[in-house]
Design a protein around this ligand. Structure first.
Ligand code: HEC
Ligand code: HEC
Ligand code: HEC
Ligand code: HEC
Length: 509
């Protein structure tokens, strides 16, 4: 039974209007919420107004605290993988043959693997390679040496022009360049778009007939790194910049190892004369970007940032981790974004490639050390310039190919096949040199094998080439105590708020 009593018509109308009012109010509320959110997300109001080349990361951090906090973590040195990691590794201790290969050049005194961007200033100040300049016009290194260390570089370049920036000695900029690599190196402060701040990269593209400003967004995610992680040299013979150590990438014929060699041959360039064999040597400097380009990941359009700057989530917000370090410290955030394999399998993929490259590079090094020693024996036996010329050419090429791969960070994973090909060329050149040397030595009555010295430790190898390490180290320690505080004092006078916070003040080592 239903007591189906009809509602009075006015109640229906009242319900109708009441519903309309509720719907209208809900609509208002919803629209105000979305507006607020839009304000938060899209109408970004910076807390600090940043100048074009503001070098102090902490000020950028006021506006972008998540990215800044993650960038500060490049100070963390706790991660270690099989061959690399976030701490410095003394490479000369790991492999004393390097001392012999770089005899006559400051790398034989001190060479460690790289660590986080946070240490860029500390490490260039502390390495023996920058010497102990007492005044602004002294010391072994030119001002150009600062170029990949700090956002103070684009700040100064804007003020003085790149040409004048490259002029003079390293020590002349000691009190100006004090902030480690930072936001201004890669970002435009107004839009936060990625930008190129180093003219050498722009000019290298021009030399190849390319316009870097046409690069895609994904290419920029590698090109910001290519400002520094590349092979370069100091060109002292630019017609428009005489007597300037002008930072130049040898890319005129392309970015490969062979094209760079062709360029250097044409320039008749050498970084130093080898102390043992008297070979004019090219010192390679970390061609990370160039070798990466020859690998499968670059071929498939993967960028440096995809593996070294993964997206992370914090409090529901997705952002780019600026803790730039080995991707093996975060396989799930890097490799596994694209690959389904287990962490263990992916790590093994990396180690397997690194081990194989190391195996063949070890052989290349031993052959090359022997070639240098046998060349010395030949000189000592009375070999002539004419006899030695083809020998030294082979040694020069052998060392170039070997160093191109040894100096590159990460290349044995980034591009294992190209790296192996280049090392193969190094072995071939060493063998050619040694075959010629056997003949030269025989012509001068030497038929016994040249003895291989005991260079099984860094100390033995450095002693063999006559380095007085105790003296070099104590001079450097004294210099660090006397000169660096003066640089920092001057920096503070110029920029009252430097260093602006605790983390920046921590002088680690
Ligand atoms: C070595 C280059 C480099 C440096 C140094 C650097 N960034 Fe970035 N940053 C990147 C890259 C690459 C991205 C990803 C950009 C993209 O894909 O659009 C990025 C993205 C960002 C974004 C966009 C939002 C996000 O998280 O994806 C912000 C904001 C940002 N960075 C802030 C900073 C701040 C603040 C600093 C200094 C503490 C800094 N960056 C230093 C390369 C750099
Ligand atoms: C302004 C120059 C500069 C730029 C730009 C730059 N780097 Fe570096 N990078 C360096 C220097 C210098 C070091 C070594 C610092 C040290 O050892 O003191 C370094 C170190 C590193 C390391 C070693 C870190 C570790 O934990 O061992 C990695 C990885 C790295 N950079 C990747 C990148 C990537 C990826 C980019 C681009 C997103 C980039 N870098 C952009 C100069 C630069
Ligand atoms: C942005 C996507 C992406 C990321 C991140 C990525 N990969 Fe890849 N990887 C690829 C693509 C694409 C290929 C090419 C093979 C294909 O097309 O299936 C590839 C190929 C490979 C190969 C085979 C290469 C060869 O030698 O033939 C290995 C091994 C590999 N990746 C390991 C890794 C590891 C380890 C990481 C993390 C450190 C990683 N990948 C990160 C996309 C990615
Ligand atoms: C597909 C992933 C991937 C891409 C893309 C990639 N890398 Fe790497 N990178 C690695 C891996 C894996 C290692 C080895 C890390 C280890 O051994 O701990 C490495 C090592 C390095 C190292 C040495 C780190 C150390 O701890 O000494 C540097 C520097 C570096 N990469 C720079 C770059 C630059 C610059 C680019 C772009 C031109 C790039 N990488 C692109 C995966 C990648």
């Amino acid at each position: 039974m239903t007591t189906n009593k009809k509602r009075a018509p006015w109640i229906n109308w009242a319900l109708f209007f009441a519903t309309m009012v509720v719907v209208f109010l809900l609509g208002l509320l919803a629209s105000s919420i979305t507006e607020r959110r839009a304000e938060n997300e899209y109408v970004f109001k910076p807390k600090v107004d940043l100048s074009e080349y503001e070098p102090r990361n902490v000020l950028w951090g006021e506006n972008f605290p998540r990215e800044y906090q993650s960038y500060l973590q490049t100070a963390d040195t706790s991660f270690r993988s099989k061959f690399n990691g976030s701490a410095m590794i003394d490479e000369l201790k790991e492999d004393p043959r390097l001392v012999i290969l770089w005899a006559g050049y400051a790398f034989s005194q001190d060479y460690s693997s790289s660590r986080g961007h946070y240490y860029a200033i500390t490490d260039i100040r502390h390495t023996l390679r920058t010497g102990t300049p007492k005044g602004p016009d002294e010391g072994p290194q030119p001002a150009t040496c600062w170029t990949c260390k700090s956002p103070d570089v684009p700040r100064l370049m804007e003020k003085m022009g790149a040409k004048d920036f490259y002029k003079g000695k390293w020590a002349a900029r000691g009190s100006e360049i004090v902030n480690y690599i930072g936001c201004a190196d890669c970002h435009d402060p107004k839009t936060m778009d990625l930008r190129i701040t180093r003219p050498a990269l722009v000019e290298a593209f021009q030399a190849m007939g390319k316009d870097i400003s046409k690069a895609s967004h994904q290419e920029m995610r590698s090109l910001v790194c290519a400002q520094c992680h590349v092979e370069y040299y100091f060109n002292k013979h630019r017609p428009d910049a005489p007597d300037v150590t002008y930072l130049t990438f040898p890319w005129k014929y392309g970015t490969g190892a062979d094209q760079a060699l062709r360029y250097y041959e044409e320039e008749k360039f050498a970084d130093f004369t080898h102390q043992i064999s008297k070979t004019p040597i090219l010192k390679a400097q970390h061609p990370d970007y160039e070798l990466f380009l020859t690998g499968i990941h670059a071929d498939r359009g993967v960028a440096c940032a995809d593996c070294h700057m993964p997206y992370i989530k914090e409090g529901g917000q997705k952002f780019t981790s600026h803790k730039i370090t080995s991707p093996l410290s975060n396989i799930s955030g890097t490799c596994q974004v694209c690959h389904r394999e287990s962490e263990e399998a992916l790590r093994e993929n990396v180690y397997e490639r690194q081990e194989k490259v190391k195996e063949i590079r070890d052989k290349a090094e031993t052959e090359l050390v022997k070639a240098h020693l046998e060349a010395k024996a030949a000189w000592d036996a009375g070999a002539t310039e004419k006899e030695m010329e083809p020998v030294l050419k082979h040694i020069r090429y052998a060392q170039w190919f070997w160093d191109y791969t040894a100096a590159s960070h990460g290349a044995s994973f980034h591009s294992p096949i190209e790296v192996s090909r280049i090392i193969g060329n190094s072995i071939d050149e060493s063998m050619e040199a040694r075959i010629l040397l056997a003949r030269v030595l025989a012509n001068h009555g030497k038929n016994q094998p040249v003895p291989y010295p005991d260079i099984t430790t860094k100390a033995l190898a450095q002693n063999f080439i006559g380095l007085d390490m105790a003296k070099l180290q104590s001079e450097k320690a004294g210099w660090i105590k006397t000169i660096l505080p003066d640089w920092d004092k001057k920096a503070r006078e110029r920029e009252k708020t430097w260093p602006v916070q605790k983390e920046d003040e921590k002088e680690e080592k």
